[in-house]
Design a protein around this ligand. Structure first.
Ligand code: BES
Ligand code: MN
Ligand code: MN
Length: 461
């Protein structure tokens, strides 16, 4: 269990090495409270408490006495995430001005411990954060584990995370919480009327499938989570470039988010009747691959003209959304690594948030800022809907105009019943560089924000 990085005993707390969190403006005042040896040392190394600047301070016997972590002019939440992999082995505690709540500090520390160790031996992290005795890790543990789960699932290459293994991961989470999982696999998708999932996934090495998890009491309000589970996106016959292909193991990132959010909901037993729908496919090339110009039927009887086989995610989501709506939930949330355009609009770290209720989007954005897990509200701008007109079918699956994340969202909206609260999150699912607490690789984005939104909505305290 990853949370062992945090120790709880008061006894150890007293002997742990203090870490001081210092803004540049705090440094002079802090130095005044220190002995001359420390003052002289900090001066001789020209320590300035710049953002992320760490200083190790020895005592008179040459033993590590303090750690200083600089915040510069800011109080960035993620700063502490630098420490676990950087500090020498030992037990540490936060001393002096904490700048953040203990909960936030523990969370960031644990997230900073993440490593993906499946194919390369992880480094032993031997620095531990000791929390005071009355600190309760309980409500953090699941959030940390859910984040790790998303990251692990995305980091696992397509060879080991096809639709079969993705389904196994869903079943593992379901077992922990006595949830039920049903799967509709391969040809069965046709007889069960999921034509879009079938046709998009038909060329894949693993058969396409719809994974359907159910949990909770029938007396509670219904909530559906949907995740795009494209286990590898080659682009199909309209093949991606080599650079474009390289990242596409992550295209099941939406599914990873939906599953991890479900895990949180079940672990904290939110009073909802939960359903998770994950269409899992590979967008592959073979003689069976769906083709540009094809017209695909969908579960909602909307015929889609395929103008781009690389716009596959919205097709499989269309069938899942139609099924979700006919179950008549109070709310549907879908997560998807849907468009490169979302990243062009908002950059790599900020997921795009769409909703058919502006108020809902505003509240979720607020949770995102509070939880340091931001999302940004984007418009379902109706005039762009005409970019999706087809001459020979009801709709085309892609637009060549700019604003691609908006047209993708408008496409999805065609499959959503407007009487249901609907949220669509278009996310990168990947950190393209190392950031404090967020090492390069698969990323959870908007997960904690959405969980806190749901907690406030369904279980207000
Ligand atoms: N999975 C991709 C979107 C994507 C690409 C997410 C890169 C993150 C990084 C999706 O299936 C896709 O290929 N979208 C196309 C849509 C286009 C063909 C209309 C895109 O964004 O280029
Ligand atoms: Mn694609
Ligand atoms: Mn895709």
């Amino acid at each position: 269990m990853h949370c062992k990085q945090l120790i709880l005993s008061q006894e150890i707390y007293q002997t742990a090495i203090p870490i001081y969190l210092l803004r540049q403006s705090d440094l002079v005042g802090w130095l005044e409270t220190q002995d001359s040896l420390t003052r002289q040392w900090v001066k001789s190394i020209h320590y300035q408490a710049k953002e992320g600047e760490v200083a190790l301070i020895a005592d008179a016997e040459g033993k590590l006495k303090y750690v200083l972590l600089g915040y510069g002019k800011h109080t960035d939440f993620w700063n502490i995430g630098r420490l676990p992999k950087k500090l020498p082995p030992g037990n540490y505690r936060i001393e002096g001005k904490t700048l953040h709540s203990l909960r936030d500090i523990a969370l960031v520390w644990a997230l900073g411990c993440y490593q993906f160790g499946r194919y390369k031996k992880s480094k032993m992290i031997k620095s531990r954060l000791v929390m005071p005795d009355d600190f309760k890790l309980a409500h953090l543990q699941e959030e940390i584990e859910a984040t790790y789960l998303v990251r692990d699932l995305i980091n696992t290459p397509a060879e080991d995370m096809g639709s079969v293994q993705l389904a196994e991961s869903v079943c593992q989470v379901a077992e922990q919480h006595q949830a039920k999982v049903k799967q509709i696999i391969g040809e069965e998708l046709c007889s069960e009327n999921y034509p879009a999932i079938y046709h998009v996934g038909r060329a894949g090495g693993d058969a396409p499938r719809l994974i359907d998890l159910k949990w909770g009491q029938s007396t509670h309000p219904k909530l559906v989570l949907i995740g795009k589970g494209v286990c590898f996106d080659s682009g199909g016959l309209q093949l991606k470039s080599p650079a474009g292909l390289l990242g596409m193991k992550k295209d099941m990132g939406g599914a990873a988010h939906a599953l991890a959010l479900a895990k949180l909901i079940m672990a904290y037993r939110l009073p909802v009747q939960l359903r998770v729908l994950i269409p899992a496919v590979e967008n592959a090339i073979s003689e069976k691959a769906y083709k540009p110009g094809d017209i695909l039927a969908t579960r909602k009887n909307i015929n889609v003209e395929i103008v781009n086989t690389d716009a596959e995610g919205r097709l499989i989501l269309a069938d899942a959304l139609a099924e979700a709506c006919s179950w008549k939930p109070t709310m549907i949330i879908d997560f998807a690594t849907l468009t490169g355009a979302a990243r062009i609009a908002l950059g790599p770290d900020l997921p795009a948030l769409f909703s058919n209720r502006d108020q809902l989007a505003t509240e979720i954005m607020k949770c995102g800022i509070q939880e340091h897990d931001p999302l940004w509200h984007m418009p379902l701008y109706k005039p762009y809907r005409k970019f999706l007109r087809s001459n020979i079918a009801d709709i085309v699956n892609a637009s060549s105009n700019r604003g691609g994340s908006i047209t993708a969202a408008l496409f999805l909206q065609s499959f959503v019943n407007d009487s249901i609260d609907w949220v669509h999150i278009d996310l990168m699912g990947f950190y393209i560089r190392n950031l404090p607490g967020r090492s390069k690789g698969g990323a959870a984005m908007g997960l904690r924000a959405m969980y806190h939104y749901l907690k406030n909505r369904y279980a207000p305290s």
